[in-house]
Write a new protein. Structure first.
Length: 670
């Protein structure tokens, strides 16, 4: 059987990645898209595209009937689910088969077997796979959980039986806190997965999160393709993944691989899957869960094995044998992947949305980028905030790490706040560089101070001013017909200095840029409260559409810069980025209504409102709950006062900076 036309039931980078392999194999592709994704790259990449409904995922990408109808209408033979959305829905896999289509994934029975954590753990115990001690019984009252926790000892981890991604998960340090944790986890799990069932496990503190990639065909072959270390996480979401694991030994790989293969055999698995383990400092490992789909981080396995996992998925779905024996699997070098998110690390990794004003990923030897965004498009608040995966492969771990840092430094992303700077800091951190990162890495090394937005130095401001000067000059030159280059920076009596006043938090910096001839500039920087102005000499060595190579103080520097639609300067200096507003000719932003104006921190949906107009509130009181990119955020009052205006209603869609609530304060009345 040959699958000639494949519908990809997903969006973003994974849809593009699946389509690239399908097209390389000569297969036609079909995209599906919501109203929010009509202009998305995956839609343009496909041979055919079918609209499936409004932006909310429940009305589009999670609507199985619409997906199957799109496949039938477009003449598709098969559906590839990617990851997320319907990829681990046994009901969807069954419906695809019932419609006479091929599901490029495991059998529905295998998905169901691993979809419930409690049932999956019972199966693994029966199959002899090492598991964390805990409780996974059918009695869901508090009593058996309390009894099990006392028997295995605290701390314990409460988890949703039907889901993952950190939802319905609570770490509990003592018996007194367990009942409340069970109640909160049940409620969260019910909202997220439609089931409040829980399991309880002994908390393995500071473990490594190591997963084994397995593959199985319909002819009895089950193999593993080695491991990935996914220990660097925040809120139980992976951020950095690598292969091989820095502390792996051949003996440990063989043992974990054998356990993963046995887990797959026990449920008659077929296709690509991942068996996840916790690995403690002693070398003991415990089954965590099985993901019955392709993982986000599968490219690091591809980079070290030379295999195309999507091509293998298609081959298995067509009924062909894998054609690879365990002894054929070889590993070369080291690969590391980072997930580039639209989020603000300085605000607790709050996800964001909005326009992508400029996107240009970095490259270089051994670098691979899987993305699903383009300049001019928008990051939607309806979906996951991951924008791209940037990976590097090298002959050893440090070579891969350094290549990845450089690729990130050269990556330009303007318009939305991202975690790029944090990723660079994490890759550079001595603990990560030494291969010592565990699941506690971010919590231990990236506190509030380490995640705070950087303050630009005098040199940073000087570079920004020269970049702004050159961008403004280029814009003026484009409007001048036939103006010779020799007249650039020319003045009738002397080289005139151009002033800038950049807004900096509560203050500002005054900067003047004076051309010195030959693409050189003398820059004076005076920051409020910093004393005397600092003089710096800058030479522009090279210039491109969005970047500059400069020399300042004898050192070579690179900068990427664009002018935002609102006139602000977006500048990225490789490992830190700033948006700078020139206050000359513009009024400085003043604090609105004594600090009582509450605006949306990002694009999103209003879930609930806790106050009414006329209500008295104190600083810290909850005002409303907002949801963006699968996360809910409670917004609290920052001042004492009386609610003057409630500008939104539940279920309303809001954009970043939209007015939500206005609080009349004593300061406003004075």
């Amino acid at each position: 059987m040959t699958l000639e036309t494949i519908l990809v039931a997903n969006r973003g980078e994974i849809a593009c990645r699946v389509m690239r392999t399908a097209r390389r194999l000569g297969r036609r592709t079909v995209a599906v898209f919501s109203e929010a994704d009509a202009a998305a790259p995956h839609v343009a990449m496909a041979d055919r595209a079918v609209a499936i409904g409004p932006a909310p995922a429940a009305q589009s990408y999670l609507d199985a009937e619409k997906i199957i109808a799109a496949a039938q209408a477009s003449g598709a033979d098969a559906i590839h689910p990617g990851y997320g959305f319907l990829s681990e829905s046994a009901a969807f896999a069954e419906a695809v088969a019932a419609a006479g289509l091929t599901f490029i994934g495991p059998p529905a029975a295998a998905i169901a077997a691993m979809g419930d954590k409690a049932a999956a753990k019972r199966r693994m115990i029966a199959a002899g796979v090492p598991c964390v001690p805990g409780y996974e019984g059918e009695d869901q009252s508090d009593a058996p959980f309390l009894k099990a926790a006392e028997e295995i000892g605290f701390p314990v981890m409460v988890k949703a039986a039907a889901g993952g991604g950190g939802r319905g998960m609570r770490l509990v340090a003592e018996a007194a806190a367990l009942p409340a944790a069970l109640g909160a986890a049940r409620s969260e799990a019910e909202r997220a997965f439609g089931s409040g069932d829980l399991i309880l496990e002994k908390a393995v503190l500071k473990p490594r999160h190591v997963e084994i990639q397995i593959f199985a065909d319909a002819h009895g072959a089950v193999i593993h393709l080695g491991e990935r270390d996914c220990s660097v996480q925040r809120r139980h979401q992976k951020v950095i993944e690598e292969a091989p694991c820095p502390v792996m030994t051949p003996e440990l790989r063989a043992a974990m691989g054998a356990a993963a293969v046995e887990a797959a055999r026990s449920i008659a698995y077929r296709g690509a899957g991942t068996v996840e383990f916790l690995l403690d400092a002693s070398g003991a490992f415990y089954f965590l869960e099985m993901n019955t789909r392709l993982q986000v981080e599968h490219p690091v396995t591809e980079l070290v094995t030379g295999l195309d996992l999507v091509a293998l998925q298609i081959a298995v779905a067509e009924g062909r044998p894998l054609g690879i024996a365990q002894e054929d699997v070889a590993f070369e070098g080291h690969a590391i992947e980072v997930r580039l998110y639209a989020e603000d690390p300085a605000k607790g990794f709050l996800p964001g949305a909005g326009p992508v004003e400029h996107w240009r990923p970095g490259g270089g030897a051994g670098v691979r980028v899987d993305d699903g965004i383009e300049s001019g498009l928008a990051v939607s608040p309806f979906y996951d905030p991951m924008l791209a995966k940037i990976m590097a492969h090298g002959p050893n771990r440090d070579a891969a790490r350094l290549r990845l840092i450089e690729a990130l430094r050269e990556t330009a992303l303007f318009g939305v706040t991202s975690n790029k700077g944090f990723l660079i800091d994490a890759l550079r951190h001595e603990t990560f560089a030494a291969g010592g990162a565990t699941t506690a890495f971010i919590a231990e090394h990236f506190g509030e101070e380490a995640l705070a937005r950087p303050t630009p130095s005098a040199a940073d401001l000087a570079i920004a001013a020269v970049a702004r000067f050159r961008l403004d000059r280029a814009a003026a030159a484009r409007k001048a017909i036939g103006a010779p280059r020799g007249l650039l920076d020319w003045a009738s009596h002397a080289k005139a200095a151009t002033p800038f006043r950049f807004e900096l938090g509560g203050g500002a910096a005054d900067i003047s840029v004076a051309p010195r001839g030959g693409d050189s500039y003398r820059v004076l920087v005076a920051t409020d409260g910093a004393g005397e102005a600092e003089t710096l000499e800058i030479a522009v060595l090279a210039e491109s559409e969005d970047g500059f190579r400069l020399e300042i103080g004898g050192a070579r520097r690179a900068a990427m810069a664009v002018i935002a639609p609102n006139g602000d300067l977006d500048i990225d200096l490789g490992d830190r980025a700033f948006r700078l507003r020139n206050l000359i000719g513009r009024a400085a932003a003043s604090e609105e209504a004594g600090g009582g104006v509450v605006r949306a921190p990002t694009h999103g949906r209003i879930v609930s409102i806790a106050v009414a107009e006329g209500a008295s509130v104190a600083k810290g009181d909850p005002l409303l709950v907002m949801e963006a990119m699968k996360m809910q955020q409670e917004i609290a009052a920052s001042v004492d006062g009386v609610v003057k205006t409630v500008a939104v209603a539940p279920e309303a869609q809001v954009a970043a900076e939209d007015l939500l609530i206005e609080i009349e304060t004593d300061a406003a009345e004075a």
